[in-house]
Design a protein around this ligand. Structure first.
Ligand code: SAH
Length: 255
């Protein structure tokens, strides 16, 4: 159960992913700083501050830092879309991060590949308790809500099968992965990799440095290769935004 003293920072990278959440926030209070609008309110019994980071690691890190330092959040959840990086992971599935790595970090030969210089960490572990609760929320969403959320036509338009929830490694970098060769290289370098995106591991580093529990949940939007869905934005609007809303709602209101 979310504790009453929890103040959850909810970061999304794209506007479509956040719209539904904002509509549900009770007694919203808005504050703009650093070119971002932070909206604080209640979602069920949980105090939340929602914000749009925009894409990429710097944007995500700046947003997470502001949430912690200025808004005093106690936990951070990042919600968004990602490319599949494992054969068992398909478009429409949900991936919850067990740990995150910055795949474009390479200060070799001074430091091992992927290790953050002078921090001594390559993979940041997501908070186990938060991730377990996220996994339960995602599983309930997939079983009870998702089947009625999309029409059969929508499912077939996006070639979606029944969604599965996965738990594993997510890699982030300032790069949209849309090449099978690039993806294969990452999979070889990072055994157990499930998904690729552009923000999660940056938020993970900030939370590590501030000692804050965090979780990352991603709906798979594409295969991170040349066949990535033709209509990415439509997928985000029709599918991913509703998945994010459903999972976060179940997370904050577990009843
Ligand atoms: N193809 C899209 C680009 C989406 S990338 C377009 O043309 O608009 C933007 C967001 O999706 C980022 O927040 C990133 O985290 C996530 N994302 C989804 N699929 C990704 C992929 N294959 N590689 C990297 N990031 C991806």
């Amino acid at each position: 159960m979310p504790t009453p003293e929890m103040h959850l920072g909810l970061i999304s990278a794209m506007e479509q992913e956040q719209t539904g959440l904002l509509a549900l926030l009770q007694s919203p209070r808005r504050e703009t700083c650093g070119m971002r609008e932070y909206v604080t309110g209640m979602l069920g019994g949980t105090r939340c501050t929602c914000v749009l980071s925009r894409w990429g690691k710097v944007a995500a890190a700046a947003t997470a830092t502001m949430l912690i330092e200025r808004f005093g959040v106690t936990h951070i959840l990042f919600t968004g879309v990602a490319g599949a990086a494992s054969r068992g992971v398909a478009v429409g599935d949900i991936v919850i991060a067990s740990s995150l790595v910055q795949h474009d970090m390479d200060a070799s030969p001074f430091f091992p590949r992927f290790e953050i210089p002078l921090l001594g960490v390559a993979q940041f572990a997501a908070d186990a308790t938060l991730s377990e609760r996220l996994a339960r929320a995602a599983q309930r969403f997939v079983e009870q809500d998702a089947p009625t959320l999309l029409s059969a036509d929508e499912r077939s338009a996006f070639s979606m099968r029944e969604a599965r929830v996965h738990h594993g490694i997510i890699a982030s970098g300032d790069q949209f992965i849309g090449s099978q060769a690039r993806l294969d290289m990452l999979r070889e370098q990072l055994p157990g990799l499930l998904a690729v995106e552009m923000e999660g591991a940056a938020v993970a580093q900030v939370c590590h440095e501030f000692g804050l529990p965090f979780g990352v949940v991603r709906t798979i939007s594409d295969d991170a290769n040349e066949h990535a869905p033709v209509d990415f934005m439509r997928f985000v609007e029709r599918v991913a935004s509703r998945y994010t809303l459903g999972i976060v709602t179940r997370f904050c209101m577990p009843g």
